[in-house]
Ligand binder design. Structure first.
Ligand code: SF4
Length: 292
């Protein structure tokens, strides 16, 4: 075999190796990009009560520069009621991966409590309101509820885990005091919530024949219904720790970090009040049976 044939064989071998190597590298980086380069939404556990939605968002900001300042949650609920709910909130703009806790307003609880939520589809949109850049994450209602109710990481833990700059954490646009969802009065300015549990409205509800706020959170209902005893009350999976039940009847309901429990030896003789808590539960996980 001549020397030139051997040289050609070696050159061909090297070229094939080079092509195969480049293809392998390209595949590897393509897979890496697909697996780790896609924007990722992580639903987090909000440490605040009521209407807060906590989430983390990671994206490649050097490849896709954007100033993210808005989150929208849409519920498409063709078989239930309401058929569509959309809540949208702005927050302090972020230019790199971040985590934040956003007060979504009362529409968020309406959305979670929609009839036939389990048949609905839900969409979370993270976007830049100025440039129109947006990322959309679709899921079924039950999956969203599960992610919200079973989220373990808080905003602080997520920021710590991903070594994000803590200065990227936004402050909520409104600072709502803890446990103000149902029972507390609105502080300052003399504004009050007109509900049976608010002592300021005792006279009003007493006038309806229900006995006023000091007697029971079920004053209005008591005007038309006789109280009754409960045989058993329990919480099914799916609690979103909104605190509504505890605000209504703290002797019975205790809201923990990730769910609500029934207190040991809870009094079960005020059925109307337990019923009120069950009806206030936005995700309808409070169940009870009446004593016969
Ligand atoms: S049981 Fe219902 S009302 Fe009570 S904290 Fe959980 S979601 Fe809220």
């Amino acid at each position: 075999m001549s020397t030139s044939l051997i040289a050609m064989g070696v050159a061909l071998f090297l070229i094939i190796n080079l092509v195969v190597g480049l293809a392998a590298l390209s595949l590897l980086f393509g897979t890496f990009e697909t697996l780790f380069g896609k924007p990722k939404l992580t639903i987090l556990r909000s440490t605040k009560s009521g209407n807060y939605f906590a989430f983390g968002f990671k994206w490649n900001s050097s490849k896709e520069p954007a100033s993210i300042d808005q989150v929208t949650i849409r519920l498409f609920n063709p078989f239930g009621k309401p058929t569509q709910v959309e809540v949208s909130k702005n927050f302090e703009a972020k230019t790199s991966s971040f985590a934040t806790d956003v007060e979504m307003g009362p529409g968020f609880l309406e959305l979670l409590g929609a009839e036939k939520f389990d048949l609905a589809t839900l969409q979370v949109v993270v976007q830049s309101s100025k440039s129109g850049i947006s990322w959309q994450f679709d899921m079924k209602g039950p999956k969203f509820r599960k992610l919200v109710s079973e989220a373990k990481l808080t905003v602080d833990q997520f920021i710590g885990d991903y070594k994000m700059d803590s200065s990227t954490e936004s402050k909520p646009p409104i600072d709502i005091p803890m446990r103000s969802f149902i029972a507390d009065t609105v502080p300052g300015k003399g504004a009050q919530i007109a509900i049976p549990t608010n002592p300021a409205f005792a006279a009003h509800f007493a006038g309806m024949g229900g006995g006023g706020a000091s007697a029971s959170a079920t004053a209005g209902a008591a005007a038309t219904a006789e109280n009754y005893k409960i045989a058993k009350v329990w919480i099914e999976p799916g609690c979103i720790v909104c605190n509504a039940c505890e605000d209504i009847y703290k002797d019975v309901f205790e809201v923990k970090a990730d769910t609500c429990i029934i207190r040991p030896n809870a009094p079960l003789d005020d059925g109307l009040r337990i019923q009120e808590a069950a009806e206030a539960c936005p995700v309808e996980v409070i169940k009870y049976t009446k004593a016969s």
